[in-house]
Write a protein that binds this ligand. Structure first.
Ligand SMILES: [Mn+2]
Length: 168
């Protein structure tokens, strides 16, 4: 199963559109947004996702997601907003996603072996690390590219239990 992971889109409609095209082309089965969508109008771009991705489109809120009422009303038509933390089994893999977690917390959680996949955002800095126990930690980086000028997202292959950081 291919799981797209995106975060910190921060209203960058062009980059969201490019990421959506790649996700559709690659035929991913699910998409997790790790927060900082910002404006509800990004629905207009995310709605171009393939139907099968939209059926498995989930996300957590970021610290910049202030308008939760209209995010849920607009983007909520295709994205399941689960709150601050997502705990979900996909393809037999236990997954945890949140917007903000300190490095120390992520490392402790990864070493615990409680989850197979741990997803974070917020730093705008991509991370793709596999621990000795097999736990995969992924930060897809910033889809907006505002801070790094290097917009990215990620695709996880659950069969291989690896992730690819993809430049937008
Ligand atoms: Mn952000």
């Amino acid at each position: 199963m291919l799981i797209g992971v995106i975060a910190d889109t921060h209203d960058h409609m062009d980059n969201i559109s490019k990421a959506v095209s790649i996700l559709n082309e690659r035929g991913v089965d699910a998409l997790i947004h790790c927060g900082d969508y910002v404006s509800p109008f990004t629905y207009n771009t995310f709605k171009e996702l393939n139907d099968n991705i939209k059926e498995n489109f989930m996300g957590v809120y970021g610290n910049n997601d202030g308008d939760r009422v209209f995010l849920k009303e607009n983007l909520g038509r295709i994205c399941d907003f689960v709150g601050m933390e997502l705990i979900k089994e996909l393809d037999g893999k236990e997954m945890y996603a949140t917007h903000i977690a300190s490095k120390r917390t992520v490392e402790a959680l990864a070493k615990s072996g409680e989850f197979d996949i741990i997803l974070v955002g917020h730093t705008h800095d991509p991370v793709n690390k596999k621990y000795e126990n097999g736990t995969l930690v992924v930060n897809p980086g910033e889809a907006c590219g505002y801070l790094s000028k290097n917009p990215t997202f990620a695709i996880i292959d659950t069969a291989k239990m690896d992730a690819e950081i993809i430049k937008i």
